[in-house]
Write a protein that binds this ligand. Structure first.
Ligand code: ADP
Length: 169
């Protein structure tokens, strides 16, 4: 499994799947979620609504998959990151769950190339240093990593990019 780092807008990435840092409503929001729904178009929202009708809201740490509408990617994997409100093992574990459950869904759907944003480090205020460690460690320790060809860490802000660059060296 190759790990790649880029500074980019994830809505422009042509991967088999891009991951969305969604919220539990699955109905869109700010940050990367807003960008994905805006550019991806209403097909993504409709698919999310159908999932909600079937299984209710998406719990923190869980992930669901939809098609990617007008985006260059094939699928969007929507995962709900934890809201940071002070250091706790539980929040760390939930952020790791986001990466692991997204990768599991990717494998189940034959995804070979997957792009992740820096989940929870925007509106949800997870500390960037800790979030980067969790993201990289969870991806590296993923049990079925032989089934994924490439994981792309897509950083949007320079601070996250510099941290990942340091850690992935
Ligand atoms: P959360 O609610 O999980 O914190 P945000 O979307 O607010 O989600 O932020 C998560 C990360 O996504 C942040 O590091 C932010 O800089 C980044 N981000 C925002 N827009 C984009 C985008 N278009 N492409 C990639 N990353 C983005």
């Amino acid at each position: 499994m190759i790990l790649e780092l880029i500074k980019a807008d994830i809505t422009e990435i042509k991967a088999d799947a891009i991951v969305n840092a969604a919220n539990s409503s699955l109905l869109g929001g700010g940050g990367v979620d807003g960008a994905i729904h805006r550019k991806g178009g209403k097909a993504i929202l409709e698919a999310c609504m159908a999932i909600r009708d079937k299984q209710g809201k998406c719990k923190t740490g869980n992930a669901v998959i939809t098609m990617a509408g007008n985006l260059p990617a094939k699928y969007v994997i929507h995962t709900v990151g934890p809201v940071w409100n002070g250091d706790s093992e539980e929040k760390n574990a939930l952020l790791a769950d986001c990466y692991r459950n997204s990768l599991t869904l990717a494998v189940e759907n034959g995804v070979k190339i997957i792009a992740f944003p820096n989940i929870s480090t925007g509106i949800y205020h997870f500390p960037k240093e800790k979030a980067a460690d969790i993201a990289i460690n969870t991806v590296n320790n993923f049990a079925e990593k032989g089934k994924i060809e490439k994981v792309i860490f897509v950083c949007f802000d320079d601070e996250n990019y510099q941290r990942y660059l340091e850690k992935l060296k």
